[in-house]
Every structure is written in structure tokens, then in C-alpha cells.
Design a protein around this ligand. Structure first.
Ligand SMILES: [Zn+2]
Length: 388
């Protein structure tokens, strides 16, 4: 920890975050090209790294180890998931296809999503790391665990890789929690993209409330047929337990806080989960190449605090945090730091924002959030019910 930051307050009530990580996840190589295409057009002197590269995660790890939040952090190693662990969320046929692709030296599974040498092992480590983190919580060893993982997972559906994701790390942890006796799990996903894979995996379940706040990007092709719109609410017993909050571009800190306060928190309160899974992506930041939502560190800190309060009220303070996107090499690490400060409910910021300046007008975002809230409270049965 450097000397030029204030020391955090020495209280025991702020908690502690157990970070689960393994260096093997750095060995997933995604190449370079024009953005995430992997293509060299032949007329550019400098090709950029694929956005989902190991540098972003190395900075996230180092800021936790050496940033001002470090006194609140302890790091734990992990083991890869066994193939049998994956079948709680994915089909055997899908897993077999990935194993086969790995044996054959890799393949492009879908747009921007490359399974290269080392990728499959990294994916198994990401899944195993997330499972280690949820087990740690369920064994009573810690209340807040953070699975710092790549490749990410929330676009991976039971039978389909998508958006840089092969295995749904958070989804596997949710299944593990349910099999271990949890009755209701809430998944709050603030990555800038729709957590379509997680939604799909629990689309028919009333035991898992999936809530996704995302840029209103819609479907992006055969690997991502879901729209992320407000009408995708779940089916059968799961109707109403998938709540999408598609937000306009440039929503910003105030708009996100409004959505969290007006839509997410009331739904979580009514659902009353005994486990909280907080799915984070810093690609909703103001400087991300993949997102346009303009969150700053302050916004992430506020969201983290809201999650802290919900967990305090419902899940005995237990929160599994799972890493997804976030592609600005520097700012993603800073935003992660701010998010975790919020989750710890620290009384003041430990790290100041080096670059944010965005002048916000939240009036349009507030209107959109109001309309989403009205729709959900009209059509979702559990949001209408008043508990005695
Ligand atoms: Zn994303």
C-alpha cells in the first residue's frame, strides 16, 4: 500500500473480501486485430489486442493487492472445475463439443470468441475458481467472496458459447448454492451487456431471480438471440423472475443509482434471497471500448453500497461477486476498486477518480426507468403481491 492514501478506518464492521484467483487464467490468448475480430486488414501498422485480454485482469489483481483497499483483501488459490461439475448448467453435448475443439487445437466458436490453445484450461479454472468462492461462503469461512475470472461467463448459455464466454461461471455457482440448500438466489448483473446466458439457464426457475442492467443493445446474432428487452420475463414457474433493465446510452451514475433504487432493490426485497450473486463488468464505465453507459467510480461505489445493504437485509451479508467484462486497461481496475469499496460499505472513498468528468443529465434515464418499473409492477405477479 502506498503512503499517499489515507488508511482505511480500523473497524471490524466493514468486512473483508476473499479474492479467488489462479494465474492459469492468463493463458487464454485472444490475439489481436481490428477490435475483437481477430482480423488483420493489412493496412494498419498497429493492431490492438482483443479487448478481453489478460492485461485487464492483471491490473484488477494488482490494484487489489497493492491499492488502498489491500488491507481488506485476502487472496486464495483455486482448482479447475471437473467436467462433471459443468453439467449442472451446461449440457453434456455442449461440453463434449468444447473438449473436442480443444483437442483439435481450438476454433472460433462465434464472433469474437476464440478457443485457442490454453483457453479451455483457463475456462475450467474460471469455473473452478467461482465454485471455490461460493463453497467458501457456504462453508461459513467468509461472507464476501470475489471470483476474479476470465474468460468471462454471463453470455454462455446451457448449449451455446457467446460474447467471449464459454462456461457460465456465475450460473454454475448459483446451481451449487441451490444444491447446497439455498432456497432463493438473486443475481444482479451490472455488466454493460445483457447477462443472457445466466437468464437462459434459469429462465424457468422461480428459485433464481436474475436481474440485468444493460445497454439496450438487443440481439447480436445467432449466438445471442435474446433481446434483453423488458418482455423477456421468464417462462412457466420462472415467469417474472428474469427482470431486464435495458438502459439508454449514457445513463450515467445518477441513472444507474435510480434504477438500482427504484427497480432492483424493491424486487430483491420482495424476492427475499438467502444468497446474493453480484455479477460485475466495468464495461459500463465512461471509458470502455465496448460500452456507452458512462458510469464513473462514484457510480460503481454507490451500486456496491446498495448491494451491501440488500445483502445485509436478506442474505446475512453473504455476497458472491463474479467478474465479467470491463476492457479499459486502467479504468476497469479503478472501477473495480470503487465497486468493492461500496460492497464493504466504507464511509469514504479510498481512491479518487483520476479521469472522470462526465456532465450528467439523468432526465431521460429516469423516464426510461420509470416506464420499466411500471411495466414490471403491472405484469409480474411477485412484484404485485403485498406480503403481510
Ligand atoms: Zn460486457
Amino acid at each position: 500500500m502506498s503512503d499517499d492514501h489515507r488508511s482505511p478506518p480500523a473497524t471490524s464492521t466493514n468486512g473483508h473480501i476473499n479474492v479467488f484467483w489462479d494465474d492459469g487464467m492468463l493463458d487464454h490468448h485472444t490475439g489481436a486485430g481490428v477490435f475483437d475480430s481477430g482480423i488483420d486488414p493489412g493496412f494498419l501498422d498497429v493492431l490492438e489486442k482483443h479487448p478481453e485480454n489478460s492485461d485487464r485482469i492483471r491490473n484488477m489483481l494488482s490494484i487489489l493487492k497493492r491499492g488502498p483497499i489491500s488491507p481488506f483483501i485476502s487472496c486464495h488459490s483455486s482448482t479447475p472445475a471437473a467436467l462433471s461439475d459443468l453439467l449442472s448448467f451446461h449440457t453434456q453435448e455442449y461440453i463434449d463439443s468444447l473438449v473436442e475443439a480443444d483437442k483439435n487445437g481450438g476454433k472460433t466458436i462465434c464472433s469474437g470468441t476464440f478457443l485457442n490453445t490454453g483457453s479451455w484450461n483457463a475456462a475450467l479454472l474460471a469455473a473452478g475458481t467461482t465454485l471455490s468462492a461460493i463453497k467458501y461462503i457456504l462453508d461459513g469461512q467468509g461472507k464476501i467472496c470475489y471470483a476474479l475470472v476470465r474468460p468471462p461467463g454471463h453470455h454462455a448459455q446451457p448449449t451455446q458459447a457467446d460474447g467471449y464466454c464459454f462456461l457460465n461461471n456465475a450460473g454454475l455457482a448459483v446451481q451449487y448454492a441451490l444444491h447446497s440448500g439455498c432456497e432463493r438466489v438473486a443475481v444482479i448483473d451490472i455488466d454493460v451487456h445483457y447477462g443472457n446466458g445466466t437468464a437462459e439457464g434459469f429462465y424457468h426457475s422461480d428459485k433464481v431471480l436474475t436481474v440485468s442492467l444493460h445497454m439496450n443493445h438487443g440481439s447480436w446474432g445467432p449466438s445471442h438471440p435474446q433481446s434483453g428487452g423488458i418482455h423477456e420475463l421468464g417462462e412457466g414457474a420462472g415467469f417474472g423472475y428474469n427482470l431486464n433493465v435495458p438502459l439508454p446510452n449514457g445513463t450515467g451514475d445518477k441513472g444507474y443509482k435510480y434504477a438500482m433504487t427504484e427497480v432492483v432493490a424493491p424486487a430483491v426485497k420482495k424476492f427475499d434471497p438467502d444468497m446474493m450473486v453480484f455479477v460485475i463488468g466495468q464495461d459500463s464505465s465512461a471509458f470502455d471500448p465496448n460500452g456507452r453507459q458512462c458510469l464513473t467510480m462514484e457510480g460503481y461505489r454507490d451500486i456496491g453500497k446498495i448491494i451491501h445493504n440488500l445483502a445485509y437485509d436478506h442474505s446475512k451479508g453473504r455476497i458472491l461477486i463474479v467478474q465479467e467484462g470491463g476492457y479499459h486497461i486502467t479504468y476497469s481496475a479503478y472501477c473495480l476498486h470503487a465497486t468493492l469499496e461500496g460492497v464493504l460499505n466504507l464511509p469514504y472513498p479510498l481512491l479518487s477518480d483520476p479521469i472522470a468528468y462526465y456532465p450528467e443529465d439523468d432526465s431521460f434515464a429516469v423516464k426510461v426507468v420509470e416506464s420499466i418499473k411500471n411495466h414490471q409492477t403491472q405484469v409480474v405477479p411477485f412484484l404485485r403481491e403485498v406480503k403481510p
